[in-house]
Design a binder for this molecule. Structure first.
Ligand code: PBG
Length: 322
């Protein structure tokens, strides 16, 4: 006697009855890059099918997100001027703050998440206030607080600090609460590794560090237990959702976190992961749809509840075709 596992694989009816994990368009978060200027919809060469949008053209992409019923959006801003302390990041009239207001005008329900970081706004490209050759943690917190507050004021539902400074979740939570924004949630990039998979994003956001690297604040890819320490700390400081980033090379971390914590987990299917699939598909080496769906299902199987992905619009279309 042996077990006939194939009985449960015989046709799509039974396969879907026994399927353990599913992807829904409502699990997906779509990144949107907003630039200064007018009438701009410019494809980002490193992220095929993704665009730089000026605020006046945002309605086009927001309509698409609504129509496709994607779970939410995460906004990244590219200011026209940068300085040492990233002042455009907390300018109440900055590119992101105006973008949020515009999106709110178009749709009052769309779930808006904002990336809270300084690297797109600082002239040196680091994620905080630089002193000597390093980023000063505690000074940076004050700026992150101002940035998060300005996003909340503009109408964001959730802020997502991606800077990897210590203590920022608690700091931001306090500022939001003190100002009455207790309903604004925090999704913390808790285990954010210092990864070469961010390469295409840095081109898209023009945020590569001008000297050194981010190893002094982002995590060492060799460390597994440390991710649990970071996640636990962020939960204690008040994170509503924890994030692991990148996704594909870090699925062991997603599983570890899933087994330890009960709050929702997000994974960021980052730019390099997306670009690898796009370019292999373009060269006829792989089937883009099948490889993408397999990659996304592996993230959910590892334990993620939601996924930030540049593929969100296409995935939603593929799911409808099924
Ligand atoms: C900002 C930030 C980065 C990404 C998201 N937020 C860049 C970085 O840390 O260098 C990367 C996203 C991606 O690669 O898709 N700090």
């Amino acid at each position: 006697m042996f077990r006939r596992g194939r009985r449960l694989r015989e046709n799509e009816k039974i396969r879907s009855l026994v399927r353990e994990t599913n992807i829904s368009k409502r699990d997906l978060i779509f990144p949107i890059f907003v630039v200064e200027g007018e009438n701009i919809k410019k494809e980002i060469s490193s992220l095929a099918g993704n665009y730089h949008w000026s605020i006046d053209r945002l309605p086009e992409v927001i309509e698409e997100v609504k129509e496709k019923e994607i779970g939410g959006i995460i906004l990244f801003g590219i200011p026209s001027s940068k300085d040492l302390c990233g002042s455009e990041a907390y300018n109440d009239n900055g590119v992101i703050q105006r973008a949020i207001k515009k999106i709110r005008e178009i749709d009052k329900d769309i779930y808006i998440i904002t990336d809270v970081c300084m690297c797109e706004y600082t002239s040196h490209g680091h994620c905080g206030i630089v002193e000597g050759s390093e980023v000063n943690n505690d000074k940076t917190l004050e700026y992150l607080g101002k940035i998060a507050l300005s996003h909340a004021k503009a109408g964001a539902n959730m802020v997502a600090p991606s800077d990897m400074m210590d203590g920022r979740v608690g700091y931001i939570r306090n500022i939001l609460d003190e100002n009455g924004y207790y309903k604004v949630a925090i999704m913390s990039y808790s285990a954010k590794y210092c990864s070469a998979f961010y390469g295409p994003f840095r081109e898209a956001a023009n945020s590569a560090p001008q000297f050194g690297d981010r190893r002094g604040y982002q995590m060492d890819p060799a460390n597994r237990r440390e991710a649990l320490v970071e996640v636990e700390e962020d939960i204690n400081e008040g994170a509503d959702i924890v994030m692991i980033k990148p996704a594909l090379s870090y699925l062991d971390i997603v599983r570890d976190v899933r087994e330890r914590v009960n709050i929702p987990i997000c994974v960021y299917n980052v730019s390099g992961e997306f670009a690898m699939i796009k370019s292999a598909a373009k060269n006829g080496l792989i089937d883009e749809k099948r490889v993408t769906m397999e990659a996304l299902i592996s993230m959910k199987r590892a334990g993620a509840d939601m996924i930030i992905t540049y593929h969100a619009l296409e995935v939603s279309k593929w799911l409808e075709e099924e």
